[in-house]
Design a protein around this ligand. Structure first.
Ligand code: 5GP
Length: 182
């Protein structure tokens, strides 16, 4: 069978090592506290499950789903909450877990929404960051797994047209797979 992989950007081993060191840093920063980990569906679900398994302070989890992209590759600039949190975050130490920060529009909107709900603290952990694509310049991402170039990546939870989330590494698809809609 022909492979859809053009290039592997980050291997499974590199991801797992980095996730462990992010968790170490989080364990140190949140010592003596309890964290409400908020995963952003669907792209962050695999990263979040690996991350929380390495966190040793008490955690609870909740999820939000947000639409910022149509079924494709470009941001439409409109951010909608498709699924809100199940529980209030008042006085909780909230750690938002994202798959990737690109233009930053999604995260900026999300942080504004969550900040109005009076959390004790609000931080963000993103697996990937595409700094060169940023449109929101003063956006703080507290923990970043990997800085990546301006390429559209899939795997380890990230999709193109809902596919490829199940691959354990991050990769770029062959161009014909993007053209054919996945
Ligand atoms: P932003 O609002 O920062 O431009 O977009 C963030 C969202 O765009 C991410 O949560 C993700 O869903 C999507 N996105 C941005 N870049 C990529 C990419 O390279 N690959 C995939 N699969 N999704 C991306």
């Amino acid at each position: 069978m022909e492979s859809c992989i053009d290039e592997i950007l980050i291997t499974e081993e590199e991801i797992q090592n980095r996730v462990r060191s992010l968790a170490d840093q989080i364990n140190r920063d949140y010592q003596g506290k309890e964290i409400r980990v908020v995963g952003i569906l669907r792209g962050a679900f695999i990263f979040m499950s690996d991350l929380v398994r390495n966190i040793q302070v008490p955690v609870s989890v909740d999820f939000m789903a947000i639409s910022s992209y149509q079924e494709g590759m470009e941001s439409c600039g409109i951010v909608r909450i498709l699924k809100d949190l199940d529980k209030p975050i008042t006085r909780q130490h909230v750690l938002v877990v994202e798959d990737i920060v690109d233009t930053g529009l999604t995260l900026q909107h999300l942080k504004e929404v969550l900040a109005t709900r009076d959390p004790a603290s609000l931080k963000v952990c993103s697996l990937l960051n595409k700094g060169e694509r940023r449109q929101v310049m003063d956006l703080k991402v507290d923990y970043v797994g990997f800085e990546i170039p301006n390429r559209f990546v899939v795997g380890y939870g990230l999709d193109f047209a809902e596919r490829y989330r199940n691959y354990p590494f991050l990769f770029v698809l062959k161009p014909e797979y993007y053209r054919n809609g996945g």
